[in-house]
Design a protein around this ligand. Structure first.
Ligand code: 9UX
Length: 72
């Protein structure tokens, strides 16, 4: 089964940042769906916790140069 997690993504300043973060998240093994919003600096990620953890997702956001944090 999948979980739905909300992540804050700091440092996105334009629409290309949003596309870039969405692409990075969608390419991660275990991520089924990712939608990122510029206005709220939030990303909704559906992921399989048997494959990827929320910490892995935060690390991928950070590795891309943004500030990532798990919200709920
Ligand atoms: Mo826009 Mo984001 O020119 O890293 S792509 S600020």
């Amino acid at each position: 089964g999948t979980l739905s997690g909300q992540f804050s993504i700091g440092g996105m300043t334009c629409a290309a940042c949003v596309n870039s973060v969405e692409g990075i998240l969608r390419d991660l093994p275990g991520v089924e769906r990712a939608v990122v919003a510029l206005a709220t600096s939030l990303g909704e990620v559906e992921y399989d916790p048997a494959v990827i953890s929320k910490e892995d997702i935060v690390n991928a956001i950070e590795d891309a140069g943004f500030e990532g944090a798990f919200v709920q």
